[in-house]
Design a protein around this ligand. Structure first.
Ligand code: THU
Length: 155
């Protein structure tokens, strides 16, 4: 896990984070009034974005991270290298980076298995003054794996 300044991010990660920031403004969050944007970098360099989509039955809410993964999958993009995540409140900016919830970590882990790659995860505060670069293996150690079911997802 490293802390990095926005100015020090490589251009690709800057772009990814900026796309996540734009996507954050598409969030549908009338209940929590918390808006999250996510941008996926596919293994061919395409960027795909998503945001959280809430529901009056609160448990049916879909986080930005899972939303963007489903969107990418439906577009035919299965393998990914990175995801950038950013969030804000209705009337506040985050002081610390927001990190994916447990369910999203498990789904990101599945994507990392499909991708054969320890996905990089870029987390940012609203104003991008604090940025952390981490990975799915770091955020979900000792994950439950396809292998635990004796499933080879490559077959
Ligand atoms: N949320 C995300 O979309 N991603 C996260 O990493 C954390 C939480 C959403 C879900 C819900 O719509 C709102 O933020 C408040 O929990």
């Amino acid at each position: 896990m490293i802390n990095i300044k926005y100015e020090e991010l490589p251009d690709v990660e800057k772009k990814l984070l900026n796309e996540a920031e734009k996507a954050m403004e598409t969030a549908y969050g009338p209940y929590s009034k918390f808006y999250v944007g996510a941008a996926l970098l596919t293994n061919d360099g395409t960027i795909i974005t998503g945001s959280n989509f809430e529901n009056s039955a609160y448990g049916s809410t879909i986080c930005a991270e899972r939303g963007v993964i489903l969107r990418a999958n439906a577009m035919g993009y299965k393998k990914h290298k990175e995801i950038a995540i950013i969030g804000r409140g209705e009337d506040f900016d985050t002081e610390e980076v927001i990190a994916p919830c447990g369910s999203c970590r498990q789904v990101l882990y599945e994507v990392s298995q499909i991708s054969d790659y320890n996905m990089k995860i870029i987390l940012s505060t609203t104003k991008k003054e604090k940025i952390i670069i981490t990975s799915i293996n770091e955020l979900l150690p000792l994950a439950f794996r396809p292998k635990d079911l004796r499933i080879d997802i490559k077959k």
